[in-house]
Design a binder for this molecule. Structure first.
Ligand code: PEP
Ligand code: MN
Length: 263
């Protein structure tokens, strides 16, 4: 069902006034984690100023260590929604367990399924039973075939509003956090009709190359870009090294706009 052969037209995920896929690319930005009312509100205000329609912010965080900040849970989703509503933004946040999907749907416009859960088949099935847009992240070592089959799990349950996002894969290279597989963009666009986004934060982990990587992704046909931004990255409770501060974020948006690939 996700293949281009079964459906020639690009899928467009329409949420309110925002359309993702088949047209103008969109930016999705926000902190790695929702940390406080003030933090997420400051970011929402910056997104509004930059014309970015969707705010991200993790509340259920899949952290490598159990001793690291695990997220604020539903309280975080509420703070995200409150800030988004104040500034007229859409929300996206990762959900990690089927049991949380229904309640989370009150606060998020797009359900994110994270890289670590790309092949959590019960979660995929449960997301497929919802009628809510889903952003599916590519697994840390997932092939294109595995990625598209994971999307098929969702769509085959009747939820056709699925978007794919390349977020870098594991390779031997250590100068970046992961290796951004730019070829995934044209491959997924060719093989599938689903919108394709690129996460320049988790793929590169490097602020100094995020803008050129975003431009490359857009030039390759990406329908959107995800980037992390935080009012005070040094004090962030997760991904402190890779989040753009709000000034850097505004500069990132201007830089990407200057390419003419994003308005
Ligand atoms: C995230 O986007 O918050 C995240 C944890 O990313 P990933 O699942 O790609 O590691
Ligand atoms: Mn992060």
């Amino acid at each position: 069902l996700v293949s281009r052969a079964s459906h020639r037209e690009d899928t467009v995920v329409q949420i309110g006034d925002t359309a993702i896929g088949g047209g103008e690319p969109v930016l999705v930005a926000g902190p790695c984690s929702v940390e406080s009312r003030e933090q997420v509100r400051e970011v929402a205000a910056a997104l509004k100023r930059a014309g970015v329609p969707v705010i991200r912010g993790g509340a259920f965080k899949p952290r490598t260590s159990p001793y690291d900040f695990q997220g604020l849970g539903f309280e975080g989703l509420k703070l995200l929604k409150e800030a988004a509503d104040e500034f007229g933004l859409l929300t996206i946040s990762e959900i990690v367990t089927p049991a949380h999907l229904e309640e989370a749907a009150q606060y998020v416009d797009i359900i994110q399924i994270g890289a670590r859960n790309m092949q959590n088949f019960e979660l995929l099935k449960a997301a497929g039973d919802m009628r809510k847009p889903v952003l599916l992240k590519r697994g840390l070592a997932a092939t294109m075939d595995e990625f598209l089959h994971a999307a098929e799990y969702i769509v085959s349950r009747g939820n056709s509003q699925v978007m794919l996002i390349e977020r870098g894969i594991r390779t031997y290279e250590k100068w970046t956090r992961n290796t951004l597989d730019i070829s995934a963009v044209p491959l997924l666009k060719r093989e599938s009709h689903l919108p394709v986004l690129v996460d320049v934060s988790h793929s590169t982990g490097r602020k100094d190359i995020m803008a050129p990587c975003a431009k490359a992704a857009l030039a390759a046909g990406a329908d959107g870009i995800m980037v992390e931004t935080h009012p005070n990255p040094a004090a962030a409770l997760s991904d402190a090294d890779q989040q753009l501060d709000l000034g850097e974020f505004a500069e990132f948006v201007r830089d990407v706009q200057s390419s003419g690939l994003y308005r």
